[in-house]
Write a protein that binds this ligand. Structure first.
Ligand code: ZN
Length: 190
C-alpha cells in the first residue's frame, strides 16, 4: 500500500518538474491530482490500520502496542463491547439489580440484602390454638416477617429479637418453614 503512495508521490513530483520545464499548467494539475490521491490513500490506509490494530487489542493487550496514544484507543474498544454486553438481555447483572431496587415494601427490600425470606410453615388449626397461649421463646429479626427457633440456619449473624411465640403470632409474624417453630414448640407441649 505504501509502495503505491510512494510511486504516486514520485509521479507527482516528476509531473511537477515536467510542468515547470514545459510551462504547461496541465501537468501541474495532474501532479496536484496525483498528490491528493496519494494523500487519500495514506489516510485510508491509516484508518484501516487503526481499525485493524484496535480490534485484537482487547483480547491481546501486551507490549505490542506502542506508547501513549494507543492505550487510550484500547480502553475505548474494550468499553464499547462492555456497554453492549450490559444491554444484552442474556447478561444478568442489570436485570437482577433493577427490579430489586424498585419495590419499596419491606419484605422485598430485605430479600435484596441477603438470602430470600424462608417460606411460611403450615401450621394445623389445632396447633394454632395451642401456640396462641404459649410463651416459649422464638426469635424475630427487625423488618422480617418470620419468627424462628434460635437454631434456624437461616438466621446467620442477624440481630435476633427474642419474643414469646404467642406474642409473635399476635403481632403478625409467621412461622419459618425452615426451622418449623410451630411444630417443634407444639410437640414439646404434648
Ligand atoms: Zn427459621
Amino acid at each position: 500500500m505504501l509502495y503505491i503512495v510512494l510511486v504516486l508521490v514520485l509521479a507527482a513530483l516528476g509531473l511537477l518538474v515536467t510542468a515547470l520545464i514545459t510551462a504547461s499548467s496541465l501537468w501541474a494539475w495532474v501532479s496536484i491530482g496525483l498528490s491528493v490521491l496519494a494523500g487519500l490513500i495514506l489516510v485510508a490506509d491509516w484508518l484501516r490500520r487503526r481499525r485493524r490494530s484496535a480490534a485484537p487489542v482487547a483480547a491481546d493487550p501486551p507490549a505490542a502496542s506502542s506508547p501513549a496514544a494507543e492505550p487510550a484507543e484500547e480502553e475505548q474498544t474494550t468499553l464499547i463491547p462492555a456497554a453492549g454486553d450490559l444491554g444484552d438481555p442474556a447478561d444478568t447483572p442489570e436485570p437482577a439489580e433493577e427490579p430489586t431496587e424498585e419495590p419499596a415494601d419491606a419484605s422485598a427490600e430485605t430479600e435484596t440484602k441477603a438470602d430470600p425470606e424462608p417460606g411460611v410453615e403450615e401450621t394445623p388449626e389445632s396447633d394454632v390454638a395451642v401456640l396462641a397461649d404459649l410463651e416459649d421463646e422464638v426469635v424475630v429479626i427487625d423488618e422480617h416477617p418470620r419468627y424462628h427457633l434460635r437454631t434456624c440456619a437461616w438466621l446467620g449473624t442477624r440481630d435476633l429479637i427474642p419474643i414469646g411465640v404467642g406474642e409473635a403470632r399476635q403481632l403478625g409474624f409467621t412461622p419459618c418453614a425452615t426451622c418449623t417453630p410451630d411444630a417443634t414448640l407444639v410437640a414439646t407441649h404434648r
